[in-house]
Design a binder for this molecule. Structure first.
Ligand SMILES: [Zn+2]
Length: 325
């Protein structure tokens, strides 16, 4: 199945990213399909200059060659989101023409106050639909554009995730009308990812399970745009030394959470692939290579281990840096 890896160039490739990249690469290559890389660089303030090139260099060093993407091109380019804004505007115009879009002038604080049952979590409170009523929109405020989530049953999304199992979400009840275009004019993550996955003919999305809650929204959007949503496979998380999801913040306390830092201290690409391949549930022997992993992925089902941590000897606390003096 055509697959993709879609990193955000907000820092170096860490082990969690490499894990996702390898899993999606193997699932595409096991059946002889194309694997693409797409840069999710839509949010200019978060983009770290040079990190896109560093991520691509780390993927190349690991041996994960992409068939379509930056530097290679392909039939569905451009492969950087920052150069695809026209496609996002066209999709929003399409949804608007079908009556699925309205402007919203609510502030974050207003939405929190209006939410009947504020719940914790990255997703924030459900948007109560205030601005569906035009008289409640505030003139003179910057407006975002929201999707009018259909209330005719189409927003009840059921799908079977290859790793996480059967899923069932009512987007209207759980998330509410969500943002398509931010008030600063940037397309939302949900819209951009959906438009790209459909346009690039992605057949299976492999990514970390922190994005599982986004999936129902993306399937709904693809369907409203008359596109074929891909299949999904959400991977369990990679843990840092503190037992939390391995993330960028670990770089300030530990060395060895990124591919670049492991390269620096002489850890080989083969050693990293062996650890990641083992975490994907493959039987790994000492001389296992990427070729062996592709072979395994073609003959045995991928069964990722539940949340796992990298070898202890890879991650070492920073010593003697300025913050500890
Ligand atoms: Zn509003």
């Amino acid at each position: 199945m055509r697959g993709r890896f879609a990193p955000s160039p907000t820092g170096d490739l860490h082990l969690g990213g490499a894990f996702t990249a390898l899993a999606s690469y193997l699932r595409a290559k096991a059946v002889g399909d194309a694997w693409m890389v797409r840069m999710e660089d839509l949010d200019p303030p978060r983009v770290v200059p040079g990190s896109a090139a560093r991520i691509l260099d780390d993927l190349t060093w690991l041996g994960l060659a992409w068939d379509e993407g930056p530097g290679v091109g392909g039939p569905y380019g451009d492969y950087s989101q920052s150069r695809r804004s026209e496609k996002y505007s066209a999709a929003i115009a399409d949804l608007e023409a079908r009556g699925h879009v309205y402007p919203c002038t609510c502030t974050r604080a207003e939405i929190s106050r209006a939410a009947s049952a504020p719940h914790a979590g990255e997703e924030g409170p459900r948007y109560p639909g205030t601005c569906r009523d035009p008289s409640r929109r505030r003139a003179g405020r910057p407006a975002s554009l929201r999707l009018r989530v259909p209330d005719d049953g189409r927003a009840r999304i059921r799908f079977v995730d290859a790793f996480a199992g059967p899923q069932d979400e009512d987007v209207g009840a759980q998330v509410g009308d969500f943002v398509l275009l931010r008030a600063d004019g940037v397309a939302s993550y949900q819209l951009a990812v959906t438009v790209d996955d459909v346009a690039m003919r992605v057949e299976e999305v492999v990514r970390g399970d922190d994005l599982l809650p986004s999936t129902a929204r993306q399937i709904l959007l693809a369907q409203l745009l008359d596109g074929a949503p891909p299949a999904y496979a959400h991977l369990p998380m990679v843990l840092g030394p503190d037992g939390e999801r391995l993330a960028k913040r670990h770089q300030s306390k530990w060395r060895g959470s990124t591919i670049a830092e492991l390269r620096e201290v002489g850890v080989t690409a083969a050693a990293i692939l062996r650890v990641l391949g083992d975490a994907l549930g493959f039987v790994i022997d000492e001389d296992a290579s990427l070729g062996h992993l592709i072979e395994s992925a073609g003959t045995t089902p991928m069964r990722p281990r539940a949340a796992w941590a990298p070898p202890r000897e890879w991650l070492r606390p920073h010593v003697g840096d300025s913050s500890s003096r």
